[in-house]
Design a protein around this ligand. Structure first.
Ligand code: HEM
Ligand SMILES: [Cu+2]
Length: 530
């Protein structure tokens, strides 16, 4: 370590504020802005990787019959696509946004534990290297779906499952350390006068998300450890032949899995709650109710997990409990949607790219919420379960929910980060092509799902052909459009026009009091809070 620092003293003189130079800057950095940047680039690389796999899936499904890949490889694609999007694209993007914005929003000089922060990030590339390299192992990559139900993931799994378990453990360690860091930062490093109820909603939603992570990532670690024991050490947690129960797997997985879906959406709620007021030129309607609604959603997310398992044969009281508990989530979610719409009502609206993504978020996420309510009706779910209707539902909450929320946040804060404005026309083009592509890809899935097309199959009956072709065309459009985003970001960094400190007139928050780009170290003396 000291040898590395010595190396640097003769290449650049050290005033203790600028970043170090070269590659080692990124390897050794403890700066929240550098780490935020790395998380965001990593996430985008994973988004493209997972996206490429989605293109393989949609190419095979373009027509009925088997054309391009064999079914075994198809299953590996669906599994890796899901895992990479959830753990590699969405979660790290939010952690990247948190790294950049949370300290700047609460007037803190950095994250509370900067060295741990470095470690949280650098675990991830290795975890995903291990996961993706399983494609080249004997027996191929994991093929049991992102939900890795036992016994598919134990008794019948390819040998690479052991590497999958290792990589999930690494992702879990990274997430737990990141969450501890965020909680410690928010609770301890707020500038004097920044009371909890003055914190921007993005900070609130991340605080609550971090508690969800600490609560459920260990459960995920537990379930993969039980798999490891079943596979290598002769236990039978999930093996009926030895006295275990595969349904136990589903309970433990979904006890993690349902809060996980909220981990992927709550920070987006926070970003959108910052963006809509700015472009409506009005303060956010119902700040306090937003905080309580977020907390209620987080609480409810722990008591609904078995809505993923209505068909396993639960007692009727169980079905009813999980059905009604799930429906209750619509109440705090409705409060949020009401507040966003009311914030816009009679505002002086303008439609810059972040606002377009935010409005699409509100509308399309609500569609995903409605199909969720349909799925929550236990007797109907017997019809929809494991069909493309479920695929339509979760893509409506994840693509316009998580991904559009992330894009809204990136366009909103990119001028702050880089000091340069993105090209508005290109941004809007990116939005509209994504919007059209995404709806073309996922809306028809509702219809084929209701008509009975099962999910996770490489081939399908002829009557589903037309809708699947539309889905594939939409998916290709959506996929190609994301390359435009890469171009937009590079163009912004290289020759975007200079951004002012305020960037958006009327935007509130401490981040806008800093120059664009902010200096390497900010708020080393705490700001004054009104
Ligand atoms: C009003 C809110 C919501 C309700 C009522 C709801 C309800 C449901 C139900 C009942 C299922 C199981 C369907 C089945 O397998 O038969 C499901 C699946 C799913 N939901 Fe939601 N959901 C909601 C919001 C969300 C959000 C916000 C996300 C993520 C951002 C999400 C992501 C998912 C995913 C990924 C699955 C599929 C898991 C799988 O089997 O692979 N949902 N949802
Ligand atoms: Cu759920």
């Amino acid at each position: 370590m000291s040898a590395v620092i010595d190396d640097h003293t003769h290449t650049a003189d050290d005033h203790h504020h600028g970043p170090a130079k070269g590659f080692m800057r990124w390897v050794l950095t403890t700066n929240h802005k550098d780490i935020g940047t790395m998380y965001l680039w990593f996430s985008f690389a994973m988004f493209l990787t997972g996206g490429l796999m989605a293109m393989v899936i949609r190419s095979e499904l373009f027509q009925p019959g088997l054309q391009i890949v064999d079914p075994e490889f198809f299953n590996q694609m669906t599994t890796l696509h899901g895992l990479i999007m959830v753990f590699g694209a969405v979660m790290p993007a939010f952690v990247g946004l948190a790294n950049w914005m949370v300290p700047m929003m609460i007037g803190a000089p950095d994250m509370a534990m900067p060295r741990m922060n470095n470690w949280s990030f650098w675990i991830l590339p290795f975890a995903f290297f291990i996961l993706i390299s399983s494609l080249f192992m004997e027996g191929g990559a994991p093929n049991f779906g992102w939900t890795f139900y036992a016994p598919l993931s134990t008794t019948y799994a390819p040998p690479s499952v052991t590497f999958f378990i290792l990589s999930v453990h690494m992702m879990g360690i990274s997430s737990i350390m990141g969450a501890i860091n965020i909680i410690a930062t928010i609770l301890n490093l707020r500038a004097p006068g920044m009371t909890m109820m003055k914190m921007p909603l993005f900070v609130w939603t991340w605080l609550i998300t971090a508690f969800l992570l600490i609560a459920v990532m260990p459960v995920l670690a537990g379930v993969v450890t039980m798999m490891l024991m079943d596979i290598h050490f002769g236990t039978s947690f999930f093996n009926a032949g030895g006295g275990g129960d595969p349904v136990l797997f589903q309970h433990v997985f979904w006890f993690f899995g349902h809060p996980e879906v909220y981990i992927m959406i709550l920070p987006a709620f926070g970003a959108v709650s910052a963006i809509i007021p700015t472009f409506s030129r009005k303060p956010l309607f119902g700040y306090t109710s937003m905080v309580y609604a977020t907390a209620s959603i987080a609480f409810l997310s722990f008591i609904v997990w078995a809505h993923h398992m209505f068909t396993v044969g639960m007692p009727l009281t169980g079905e009813l409990f999980f059905m009604y508990a799930t429906m209750l989530i619509a109440v705090p979610t409705g409060v949020k949607v009401f507040n966003w719409v009311t914030t816009m009502y009679r505002g002086a609206l303008t439609f810059e790219t972040p606002m377009l993504f935010a409005i699409a978020f509100v509308i399309l996420f609500t569609i995903g919420g409605f199909s969720g309510l349909m799925l929550a009706i236990a007797p109907s779910d017997f019809q929809y379960h494991d069909t493309y209707f479920v695929v339509a539902h979760f893509h409506y909450v994840l693509v316009p929910g998580a991904i559009f929320g992330i894009y809204a946040g990136i366009y909103y804060w990119l001028p702050k980060w880089t000091g340069h404005m993105y090209d508005e026309l290109l941004g809007k083009t990116h939005f509209w092509l994504s919007f059209i592509g995404m709806n073309l890809a996922f809306f028809p899935m509702h219809f084929v799902g209701l008509a009975g097309m099962p999910r996770r199959i490489p081939d399908y009956a002829l009557q589903f052909a037309n809708f699947n072709m539309i889905s594939s065309v939409g998916a290709f459009l959506f996929g190609a459009t994301q390359l435009l985003f890469l171009f937009i970001v590079i163009k912004t960094i290289i020759n975007g026009k200079k951004a002012s400190a305020q960037v958006w007139d009327g935007a509130e928050g401490l981040e806008w009091t800093l120059p664009s780009p902010p200096p390497y170290h900010t708020f080393s003396t705490p700001p004054d809070i009104k």
